[in-house]
Design a protein around this ligand. Sequence first.
Ligand code: SAM
Length: 284
Amino acid sequence: MTTSHTESTSEQHFAPSEAWDAIAEGYDLHVAPQEVGLANEALRLVGLEPGERLLDVAAGPGGLALPAARLGAQVLATDWSPAMIERFERRVGAEGLMGAEGRVMDCHALDLPDDSFDVTASMFGVMLVPDQATALREMVRVTRPGGRVLVIAYGSPAEIEFLQLFIGALQAVAPDFPGLPDDPPPLEFQISDPDVLLRRLTDAGLRNVRIERTAERPEFASGREMWDWVFFGNPIPGVLVADLSEDQRGQLRDVLDGMVRERAGASGRAVLTNAVNVGIGTTR
Ligand SMILES: C[S@@+](CC[C@H](N)C(=O)[O-])C[C@H]1O[C@@H](n2cnc3c(N)ncnc32)[C@H](O)[C@@H]1O
């Protein structure tokens, strides 16, 4: 693979904070509610206890931070997108959650003192940042000695059903679409290999690192529901379809709808299985 191809792939898979601002409302409405089961499972795996201080890094509108606050943790949710943090704070207010606050912050340089949290976590957040080594070291730095760090990231693209369906639908309307590169993988899949995740957590200074393999299982009744989940979940799919004509976009919607309805069958809801790796380590 040439350097220029590598660079263009990374650029195509990097979204600035404004792009996340633009999808914050949709993320809050269509994506975060589907993450509750996975978030609770990960919080159980990390052994979160009521009263513990939890930092959520690249928290979005609170897919992990809200379930943690509901369990009674003292939560600080951080994200570089002001719109995401605003949505989080709105949810905190609406639910009357105590001890939960949000702050706008870049995960590569956390504006927080050393050793401040019992648990530092990131769900589908540090998995996609360009300087992941720095972001992981920052998570370790702000975690107290003996505290835990939790990283939730997508597993192998081949085991992510939404991606296989979406790329299949895209190729049905744009046969030239080459699919995703695998060497190197796009930023959002840089730690999809559990061995790489384990190595990066260890390199960041963590001990007793373990990787649990699980899945998220979003449910869709129609192609429209899946469309909203895909396009509000990350700015990248919007980039991938930017060159499609209006006609092709309409076709893409129809193909996705057919796929989802066929999959849903008599139950009326298609449940997809997307491989997820949960990495957990301790600071001593
Ligand atoms: C896929 S969303 C995940 C949100 C949330 N953790 C969840 O699982 O619902 C990725 C989030 O990472 C945030 N993000 C991306 N780069 C970041 C950075 N450098 N610093 C802080 N947040 C970042 C985005 O703004 C977005 O809210």
